[in-house]
Design a protein around this ligand. Structure first.
Ligand SMILES: *[C@@H]1O[C@H](CO)[C@@H](O)[C@H](O)[C@H]1NC(C)=O
Ligand SMILES: *[C@@H]1O[C@H](CO)[C@@H](O)[C@H](O)[C@H]1NC(C)=O
Ligand SMILES: *[C@@H]1O[C@H](CO)[C@@H](O)[C@H](O)[C@H]1NC(C)=O
Ligand SMILES: *[C@@H]1O[C@H](CO)[C@@H](O)[C@H](O)[C@H]1NC(C)=O
Ligand SMILES: *[C@@H]1O[C@H](CO)[C@@H](O)[C@H](O)[C@H]1NC(C)=O
Length: 493
């Protein structure tokens, strides 16, 4: 059985069916028919359908009995994890004719996958809904006027869950409900092995969630579901444009009252309060404007997710968003919501200051636990660039710095460079934009599968469990370099 990719949509429907009796307005999706309802011992209600039975993302025979469960989180925040399902690691993608096709390399080959739409309001998740017109500027829903497209959308309370720590608590509750009901869903899934892989803002979700889950695990008496974790993070300092701009960015970074000082002040504010929110939101604003934005201004309109492509062409195709907005698909996957990819949650996280809050302490804490941690960066990604990731990796653990870079090899082919000490690794994947599994599927799957099996990332041949002080040998820095090809991008409108 696949848990991928639609269980999360069903999962977050663990609330009263709020719109029963509402007249089905034109263009708003019809009520869901023929779903199954189960209740977990803790009282969570789970409604679900099995989309594969309705021709959506047909599951492959034989993938039914894997034990481990992997939770995948995209980030933005407010960016939905179905990005990962359809663009990166899920069992199918949507082609230009809006048909689902089997993905050649899917992570479902070695794990059950749970794609969670969170914080609530993201993707198909909701606590209450409203029919109307979704205003593209204010992202609120108002009664549709003539000519305006109608849909059903989640009513978002943006300040309810506006930090990674709060999101972690909600996610833990949800997983408990899910695990509690799992045996009713499929007796064969005896999942206690648990992995968390996150991307992008996952640099915050990853450490914040994993450390919270770990602490909660300790409070449970049953077996611990904590195992492996991978996350990416936000970094700055890409020497990308030219030395003038780089030096300018560096000056802004370290000048009096600049980005670094603002971040230090945010880090100094430990008590959750409006003072902290305001200080950290200011740090995000200063750093983005003074340092990160130089690329947008002087980068010749290259993409932020893939510097090899123009802005707008730097992300994988996204037909799946239109696919999900069809009545037949909504019915098959068990939702009566229209699919949205942007929402107020990003804004709420900006105002809460969560972007500037550092999660290195949580990472440090995780390194002390029995968890395999793999950091993975595409080397053509600006927004989460590998230099920033490397800085995070070397700040985390002393012995790690002494390990050298070695080649990441999969089926005889070199895909990147890895530094690893014990359970902790950092990999720079070559020729990859932001969504590494999309650009380099074999390499990304190998990193995932090796980490999951407790093997070294670079070769998959050394058991880390048997060699806890395993250390890669090689160069102190990554050596791969490649000239960025010239590219003429149209100015953005
Ligand atoms: C919402 O979904 C329905 C299908 O149920 C579709 O006809 C409608 O166009 C969608 N609305 C928007 C705004 O995308
Ligand atoms: C629900 O089940 C009934 C009875 O089997 C069937 O007639 C109906 O078409 C189903 N509805 C959907 C949307 O699948
Ligand atoms: C799973 O991986 C194995 C080994 O690489 C491969 O032979 C098989 O075709 C894959 N199965 C699916 C469903 O992708
Ligand atoms: C770097 O790029 C900026 C913006 O295009 C330009 O003004 C400056 O002269 C360039 N500096 C060098 C050393 O090429
Ligand atoms: C995942 O790794 C395990 C352990 O090395 C291996 O047995 C299995 O074939 C791998 N799965 C795939 C699909 O390659």
């Amino acid at each position: 059985m696949h848990l991928a990719p639609f269980i999360p949509a069903a999962l977050l429907v663990a609330f009263p069916f709020a719109h029963a009796g509402v007249i089905n307005a034109r263009q708003a999706p019809a009520p869901v028919q023929n779903f199954t309802t189960i209740k977990s011992p803790s009282g969570a209600t789970i409604r679900y359908k099995e989309p594969g039975k309705h021709g959506v993302c047909e599951t492959t025979p034989g993938v039914n009995s894997y034990n481990p469960l992997t939770l995948w989180l995209n980030g933005g925040p407010g960016s939905d994890s179905l990005i990962g399902a359809f663009e990166e690691i899920g069992p199918c993608y949507v082609d230009e004719h809006l048909k689902t096709q089997k993905r050649a390399v899917s992570w479902s080959n070695s794990s059950n996958l749970l794609f969670l739409s969170q914080p609530v309001g993201t993707g198909f998740s909701y606590s209450s809904t409203k029919v109307g017109y979704l205003d593209p500027t204010y992202l609120d829903v108002s009664p549709a006027e003539a000519g305006e497209a109608t849909g059903r959308y989640s009513i978002i309370d943006p300040t309810k869950l506006d930090t990674s720590k709060l999101a972690a608590v909600a996610c833990w509750e949800l997983l408990q409900g899910f695990y509690g009901a799992l045996s009713q869903f499929d007796k064969q899934v005896a999942s206690t092995d648990f992995s968390l892989w996150a991307e992008s803002f996952g640099g915050h979700w990853g450490p914040a969630f994993a450390s919270y889950f770990y602490e909660q695990n300790q409070k449970l008496t049953s077996t611990s579901p904590g195992r492996k974790l991978n996350f990416k993070s936000f970094g700055i300092g890409l020497k990308l444009i030219n030395d003038t701009i780089y030096d300018h960015g560096k000056f802004n970074m370290y000048r009096d009252g600049g980005c670094q000082q603002a971040q230090d002040y945010c880090a100094y504010l430990t008590k959750d309060s409006i003072v902290k929110s305001s200080g950290c939101a200011a740090a995000q604003y200063i750093c983005q404007n003074d340092v990160e934005d130089l690329y947008y201004t002087f980068g010749g309109n290259r993409g932020v997710y893939d510097i090899r492509a123009c802005n707008g062409k730097d992300v994988p195709p996204a037909q799946w968003r239109d696919y999900l907005n069809q009545a037949s698909v909504q019915q098959a996957i068990g939702t009566d919501l229209n699919y949205t990819s942007s929402n107020l949650i990003y804004t709420a996280f900006s105002l809460s200051g969560d972007f500037a809050v550092g999660y290195i302490d949580d990472l440090q804490e995780l390194l002390g636990y029995d968890i395999q941690i793999s950091l993975v960066y595409g080397d053509a990604d600006y927004i989460c660039n590998w230099q920033g990731g490397e800085d995070i990796s070397t700040s985390a653990k002393a012995a790690f710095k002494d390990a050298g870079y070695t080649k990441l090899v999969v089926n005889g082919k070199e895909y990147g460079e890895t530094r690893q000490y014990g359970k902790f690794s950092f990999t720079r994947v070559w020729e990859s934009g932001h969504e590494v599994p999309y650009f380099q599927p074999e390499a990304a799957f190998a990193i995932f599968n090796r980490s999951q099996h407790g093997l070294d990332v670079a070769t998959g041949k050394v058991s880390i469990l048997e060699n806890p002080s395993y250390s890669t040998k090689g160069t102190p820095n990554t050596v791969h370099s490649r000239q960025l090809p010239p590219l003429s991008c149209p100015a953005s409108s």
